[in-house]
Design a binder for this molecule. Structure first.
Ligand SMILES: *Cc1c(COP(=O)(O)O)cnc(C)c1O
Length: 458
């Protein structure tokens, strides 16, 4: 047992009572939050004193108030994405278009025809709403939607190849992140993986050689988050689909990030080229799946398009019930798809951000720098406008570097401390730390968010 230090005991005794501290911030936060804040701060101070630190016994009312307000506030909060990564998975991927937000609000407010056929006056299908738009936009015969693309692959594999073998090229046994690995997904779907080819080269003959009575599917997986260059070869979607058809098998393409813009439109917007979903569907694959919140710029969802027969099998699989999307997802997805259909793709925030040109971004960086100048000077920060490169993110277009402009801040206390202060703001600003500076990339900062950045720095 350690000897009792009378001075330590005195300081412990001098700690304020929890209820007294909570009373002191009465009215600024719900009672439970005030009590919880007071309890945590007292416990923290007690532990500090016991462990021999020179912590004082006093606890400021400001400290309690701040913590109580933070505890009572929402855990899931809006942040400013100043990283320049357009589809940042940690920051919730694609922000929704105004039309999608309006559709969510309208749908959430009251009742909807989610599973009700208004013309027939009887039960309908929740898949019907998005299906019509997806057929028009991709040229596929049929479509359905689940909660994300990982769910889309699992339900499709289970429905079309469960209990059988699925052939995949060794160059496509990828890990997407968040523990999504193709071999694990196949196992979880009750499929046996048959690897063909080598890491860098897979030929049609490799697939042909392994097909037997146990084979159900030829699967192709888009290398979303990395690229292979040099001595490489892979089988096209068209050849894979044709081989599957000739041998009575199903073919499926996991596109990862589905792009609904035509090649012509991609060029007009100055975007790095990505195979449009229409092209992949036209290759003849039975099933094509992709995410709703990657290049498409909609809500988190998994989209499956393909032949009527394949989609029907997916829809009637028992797992579908566990993975079906809710009305809010469907509302946001349908509204986003309608923007593409109506030639209003520039209203999709992810598309607008990816296609913003360098001059426009420079002008916005100059504007932000001017607005920040006063606060920066007062805080002793060195401010500059610099060119930089932003990325698409979300495991899409791994090689694409989009020329952009940033406001950079240099603090004598160091970039990490300044970065932490920006993250602690009422509306947190998530920046990039590089080269001993904090970088605020204008590609992902909306005009209406400039005030948030100024407030955070203040
Ligand atoms: C992103 C991705 C997935 C997973 O999609 P989520 O919508 O995040 O579930 C699956 N496959 C590929 C090839 C991907 O790029």
């Amino acid at each position: 047992m350690t000897a009792i230090d009378p001075e330590q005991v005195a300081r412990l005794k001098a700690l304020p009572a929890v209820h007294v501290l909570a009373d002191a911030v009465d009215g600024v936060a719900p009672r439970w939050a005030a009590v919880e804040a007071a309890r945590r701060l007292v416990a923290e101070r007690r532990d500090a004193i016991r462990s021999g630190s020179a912590a004082a016994s006093t606890i400021g009312v400001d400290e309690v108030r701040q913590l109580a307000i933070a505890l009572a506030g929402p855990r899931l909060r809006r942040v400013v994405n100043a990283t320049g990564v357009v589809l940042h998975t940690n920051l919730g991927r694609a922000p929704l278009a105004a039309a999608a937000l309006a559709a969510v609000a309208e749908t959430a407010r009251g009742y909807t025809n989610l599973e009700y056929d208004l013309a027939a006056g009887q039960r309908g299908s929740r898949h019907a709403h998005a299906e019509e738009l997806l057929r028009a936009l991709t040229g596929a015969e049929a479509a359905c939607v689940v909660n994300n693309n990982a769910a889309a692959t699992v339900v499709a594999l289970s429905a079309l190849a469960g209990g059988h073998a699925v052939v995949v090229s060794r160059g496509e046994l990828v890990e997407i992140g968040g523990s999504f690995r193709i071999p694990d997904i196949l196992r979880a779907s009750g499929c046996a993986l048959v690897e063909v080819g080598t890491t860098n080269k897979t030929r049609l003959a490799d697939y042909e050689a392994v097909i037997d009575e146990g084979t159900a599917m030829l699967l192709k997986v888009h290398r979303s988050n990395f690229a292979m260059v040099g001595f490489t070869d892979e089988v096209s979607e068209r050849d894979l689909a044709a081989l599957a058809r000739a041998r009575g098998l199903v073919s499926m393409i996991d596109l990862g990030s589905g792009c609904l813009l035509s090649r012509e439109r991609q060029r007009a917007l100055g975007l790095p080229e990505e195979p449009p979903v229409t092209e992949v569907v036209a290759s003849g694959a039975d099933l094509v799946c992709f995410s709703g919140d990657k290049l498409l710029g909609g809500p988190q969802a998994g989209v499956l398009v393909g032949s009527a027969a394949a989609i029907a099998r997916v829809r009637s699989h028992p797992l579908m019930r566990a993975m079906r999307p809710d009305k809010l997802t469907l509302a946001a997805l349908c509204a986003t798809l309608a923007l593409y259909r109506d030639g209003r793709d520039a209203e999709v925030p992810a598309v607008a951000m990816m296609s913003a040109n360098a001059e426009a971004l420079r002008a916005r960086a100059d504007l932000l720098a001017a607005e920040l100048a006063g606060v920066a000077a007062a805080a002793g920060l060195e401010i500059a406008v610099e060119s930089c490169r932003s990325t698409v993110g979300g495991g899409a277009m791994p090689l694409a570097e989009l020329p952009s402009w940033a406001v950079t801040l240099r603090a004598t206390s160091g970039a990490d401390a300044l970065d932490a202060r920006l993250r602690a703001a009422a509306v947190p600003v998530i920046a990039r730390v590089e080269d001993g500076r904090v970088w605020l990339d204008l590609r992902t900062i909306a005009d209406v968010e400039r005030d948030d950045v100024v407030a955070a720095l203040r």
